[in-house]
Design a binder for this molecule. Sequence first.
Ligand SMILES: Cc1cc2nc3c(=O)[nH]c(=O)nc-3n(C[C@H](O)[C@H](O)[C@H](O)COP(=O)(O)O)c2cc1C
Length: 360
Amino acid sequence: MSSPFTRRLDIEHPLIQAPMSGSTPPSLVAAVSNAGGLGSLGAGYLEPQAILDQAAQIRALSDRPYAIGLFILPDAFEADLEAVAKAREQLDALMAREGLGVRTSMPAQWAPRYSDQFAALCEARPAVAMFAFGVITPAQLRELKQRDIYVIGTATTVDEARAWADGGADAVSLQGAEAGGHRSTFLHDAEDGMIGLFALLPLAVRAMAAYSRDVPLIAAGGIMDGRGVLAAEILGAAASQLGTAFLTCPECSAAEAWKQDLPRVEDYQVTTIRGFSGRAARGLRNRFVEAMPSAAQGLPYPILNALTAPLRRAAAAAGRGDLLSEWCGQAASLVRPQPAAELVARLMYEYRLAKRTLEP
Ligand SMILES: Cc1cc2nc3c(=O)[nH]c(=O)nc-3n(C[C@H](O)[C@H](O)[C@H](O)COP(=O)(O)O)c2cc1C
């Protein structure tokens, strides 16, 4: 299973556990990296000090390479305070109707400052930095390269893959329409960035062939077992990036109600949702999504995300999966709850088994 990509990253398997902000604690990241994959800390919602603390925790548990993933965002946001007040009123009323004794509050900030998060990432110096929602600047690329950090950019279209290749990324993670969590789309409307992975991969392979250097492509979206990892490899991927498959690991910090709902999810119930965060994301269309108040629907990311955060925390504590943001990919019900190291071993066993059936 050794390839130029795995050798460059010094990992055993062509397998990346996706950064999933809010759900990838150090114990999960370290378990995957120790098992020979690339564990990733989703740090999109973490303050800089928390990034440093969690990176130190990963280091204490593993000396293997791991990644930190960030969302590329402006440092400050303008909110329409009148719209915010109206949305808060409606969200509070919804929570009261649902019997959850929680109210929204005005957060001290709408999101952690991206440039401070970036500085913390550089200080933590993981083997790999992964980015979504945009492209890093040339100065940021220089800072990462000075520290010998491998850069993976996320793309949902061929244009975005080119933008990352032009921007100096070492590799590009292709987020197919099937993928769980927030859409990374940054050059197009979210609806236009919904390309299925089986179309996106070969298209991006062709586009990357025009570059004089090798730009490995990583496949993400709906991959739940070793056959999927092999299928992605056959279509030209250097590795597969799985998010949803790791959500039911005991090390994953996703709410219990969310973990229990995943095996029962029907494919048609997994849709694109803006209602929790203000940005298109794939997840389970549950009661909250159906009842989303009109005033909240118009608020952008990360304003709405910050407003619904305490509601989602309260829903998790109360075991109310129907009021949680249950992000997941289209193949969610194929989850196999088991420790992360066992899942990595199982995925690679299935991959080898499937590969053998192709041998003459
Ligand atoms: C709960 C959840 C949270 C996610 N958070 C992030 C994130 O913080 N950063 C990121 O680059 N991608 C994030 N993603 C997207 C993954 O990187 C990846 O594209 C996706 O999980 C692949 O599809 P799958 O879930 O079907 O495996 C998230 C996905 C999920 C399911």
